[in-house]
Design a protein around this ligand. Structure first.
Ligand SMILES: [Zn+2]
Ligand SMILES: [Zn+2]
Length: 326
């Protein structure tokens, strides 16, 4: 699953060309309580989802949320296809200000080398001349140091052969060990909060992004954590992962390692009813379901994903889909 959130004042430069869209205007207007036509000049928030390279199928194995706040473009997790998806909507990789990691499952980090390295290359999406900024929990340094080691030859060759600026491939890293504010710049504040993704999957964090009185919250991968409602209090948009039990039962029937799989999934993810409780308690305007478990069962309908949520949450529910703009 890949999700992309953008919010900010629209400008006409090439870097935000990918942010244009009626859907964005609609959300911006909704957040401001005005009609889309009133609001063209002062766009505030956009959410674009990218679930996977598969049409319609929602894969739990990819994660990217990009948030652009007033010329700040922040990526949250980097799954498969992130770089391709960004450029599909014409967001140059060089224009990203920072990348944030929630946890170290491969479906959330496997796209990092692509984002980091391709953003430095010479194509229209690349040409980064300043360091790649990454923020993540304990373990981020080890990951990035090892990536630098793995790609040392490529980096050396390209500097010598193609004369790419060495600053553009440097990594500017910030590692944190507990929840709290992890990024603050030009009025954009990002706060990490602890979630519960199962006993073996630590650290695991979600993020709240605040800008100009508005907020977007990303749950990350998590089991039901009632405290998440406090972190999401009053947010405009909550992006929450979701697990559909009948889909899981079907998956388990097909699995050789059924009992362990069931135990893992139940400890690691959140059921629709629980997502509904969180969203209701947090009082968010819009809930976006994302990171679907199972992610490989297209027979599960939008209605099935959302009906359990609706029992508790009366606001707007969006079942995320690839390249969706909200
Ligand atoms: Zn995941
Ligand atoms: Zn995970």
């Amino acid at each position: 699953m890949v999700g992309w959130i953008a919010a900010g004042v629209a400008t006409d430069d090439e870097e935000v060309a990918g942010l244009q869209g009626v859907a964005r205007d609609a959300l911006a207007a909704k957040l401001r309580g005005r009609s889309p036509l009133d609001d063209v000049a002062h766009r505030r928030a956009v959410l674009v989802l990218h679930h996977d390279v598969h049409e319609r199928v929602r894969i739990a194995e990819q994660e990217l949320h990009q948030l652009a706040f007033n010329r700040h473009r922040l990526v949250f997790d980097v799954g498969r296809g992130t770089t391709i998806r960004l450029w599909q909507i014409r967001v140059p990789i060089r224009a990203l200000n920072a990348t944030f990691l929630t946890h170290f499952h491969s479906d959330h980090i496997v796209g990092i080398p692509d984002l980091w390295l391709s953003g430095w290359l010479g194509g229209p999406y690349g040409q980064r001349k300043t360091p790649f900024n990454i923020v993540g929990p304990t373990g981020t340094r080890e990951l990035m140091t090892n990536l630098e080691r793995a790609y040392a030859s490529d980096i050396r060759i390209r500097i010598a052969d193609e004369n790419y600026p060495s600053d553009g491939i440097k990594i500017n890293l910030q590692e944190f060990a507990k929840e709290g504010v992890v990024f603050e710049n030009s009025g954009v504040r990002v706060t990490a909060f602890t979630v519960d993704h199962g006993e073996h999957i630590k650290p695991a964090y979600g993020y709240r992004i605040d800008y100009d009185g508005r907020a977007v919250v990303i749950s990350g991968d998590t089991a039901y954590v009632p405290a998440l409602a406090d972190f999401a209090k009053g947010a405009d948009v909550l992006v929450h992962e979701v697990m559909y039990l009948p889909g899981i039962e079907a998956l388990i029937k097909r699995s050789r390692n059924a009992s362990r799989l069931r135990e893992h999934l139940m400890a690691a993810h959140t059921l629709p009813e629980e997502v509904g409780k969180i969203a209701a308690r947090a009082g968010v305007n819009t809930l976006v379901l994302s990171h679907f478990v199972p992610g490989d069962d297209p027979s599960i309908t939008d209605e099935q994903w959302s009906e359990g949520v609706r029992k508790y949450f009366k606001g707007r529910i969006i079942v995320g889909r690839d390249l969706m703009e909200i």
